[in-house]
Design a protein around this ligand. Structure first.
Ligand code: SF4
Ligand code: SF4
Ligand code: SF4
Length: 375
């Protein structure tokens, strides 16, 4: 890996737009997926660019993630991408993509991952409010980084999932390029570039960013402490069947959490089939047996089924919580349960392409100590 520096000319966003433009112009990639403002500018969305001239609207650092870039990469690569694609991604998106590759919902062939350091992202309403007040969220965030004031709170409205994110920095073994914005010192931005790409781009090797290393260390410690606090909160309020029933009691089964989850991988979800469309009379039977029946029913079954399918692959992006109209902290439940289950399998989602996902593997002598028996 070459450690290079981008000198900031006008502002950091313009500088990185220029760097991305050079990837297209020097044919490192033939297409680029980068967040760009939606119509009206109050949101950003993954946008596919083929022409370098269009990149002047790209917002690579916008602290907003209404959908995961992993979902967009899945769309663009699942059945084979015809062009060499570069995708600008945050680490939870990269980790989700690794999981999707294991589930054959995306491919890494012909794909160059351009990771960006991620201090965190905001809820859409907070981002929107800043834009309406005339604040540029990317510029504001980069100013805080340059002043070395970035932290879990920093006065910026980071989502809870981001404040407790365990892996905010792209893994250089997966990302061919990393834009290290946490090392932005007001004048230059460090970038880590794979040797062959650095040669193509004419980038010279320099010294690593001491600021970036220091910020990563302190940010990771703060996020770890926040994570501990939140998981402790769930263990008090949401553990066990009773706790889960309470945690999800406001659920209206809108399925937003499922639709937005980047690694909900089933091509056909059982909850979207007629399996749960019962004969009307059955609801009356159940009401008679139980005394009363809340509708729609089976919401805990829905969450337990989803947990059962993908909790070992949950990357903690928090999109499920952000998408929930009932303000249920779905992500905290999935992360808290996920942490325990992932530890049992010694599995970290998105850590490595070589490690098969636990739901894909069968071991005869698994969990014998928990009472599983062999014939
Ligand atoms: S979950 Fe982590 S990587 Fe994803 S947006 Fe939040 S801080 Fe960034
Ligand atoms: S369950 Fe929630 S936190 Fe986990 S990967 Fe899916 S959307 Fe992200
Ligand atoms: S988004 Fe919220 S209300 Fe909708 S199904 Fe998920 S938990 Fe229930």
């Amino acid at each position: 890996m070459v450690q290079a520096w981008l000198k900031v000319e006008e502002n950091p966003t313009r500088t990185v737009q220029g760097f991305l433009r050079s990837l297209l112009e020097k044919e490192v990639v033939e297409a680029l997926l980068v967040p760009a403002p939606s119509v009206g500018g109050e949101s950003v969305t993954p946008t596919l660019f083929l022409s370098p001239n269009e990149l002047s609207v790209a917002e690579p650092f916008a602290p907003l993630m209404p959908v995961s870039e992993a979902t967009a990469v899945s769309m663009l690569t699942r059945t084979g991408n015809p062009l060499r694609l570069g995708a600008v991604m945050r680490n939870c998106q990269i980790r989700a993509l690794v999981e999707l590759v294991k589930f054959k919902q995306a491919q890494l062939d012909n794909l160059i991952i351009i990771g960006v350091d991620c201090p965190g992202t905001y809820e859409l309403r907070d981002y929107e409010e800043l834009v309406r007040k005339g604040v540029e969220p990317s510029a504001q965030l980069l100013e805080v980084i340059a002043k070395r004031e970035i932290g879990v709170n920093s006065g910026l409205p980071f989502r809870e999932a981001c404040r407790m994110c365990a892996y905010p920095i792209p893994d250089p073994s997966i990302a061919a390029i990393t834009v290290g914005i946490l090392g932005f010192d007001g004048e230059k931005i460090p970038v880590l570039v794979r040797d062959d790409l650095a040669e193509k781009l004419g980038l010279a090797d320099g010294s690593p960013s001491a600021q970036r290393e220091e910020v990563i260390r302190s940010l990771s410690e703060a996020k770890k402490a926040e994570r501990g606090k939140q998981i402790e909160r769930f263990s008090k309020e949401g553990a066990g069947l009773e706790g889960l029933l309470r945690w999800f009691s406001k659920c209206i089964r809108c399925y937003n959490c499922m639709g937005v989850c980047p690694i909900c991988y089933c091509r056909e979800c059982v909850f979207r089939t007629p399996v749960f469309e019962h004969e009307s009379a059955r609801y009356f039977d159940w009401a008679q047996k139980k005394g009363a029946l809340q509708l729609p029913p089976e919401h805990l079954l829905f969450h337990l089924t989803r947990m059962n399918h993908m909790v070992t692959s949950c990357v903690g992006c928090g999109l499920c919580t952000s998408a929930c109209p009932a303000d249920i902290d779905v992500a905290l439940a999935f992360q808290s349960v996920g942490e325990g289950v992932q530890a049992l399998f010694n599995y970290v989602p998105g850590r490595s392409l070589e490690e098969p996902a636990p739901v894909q593997t069968f071991q005869e002598r698994e969990f014998v100590e928990l009472g599983e028996t062999l014939k």
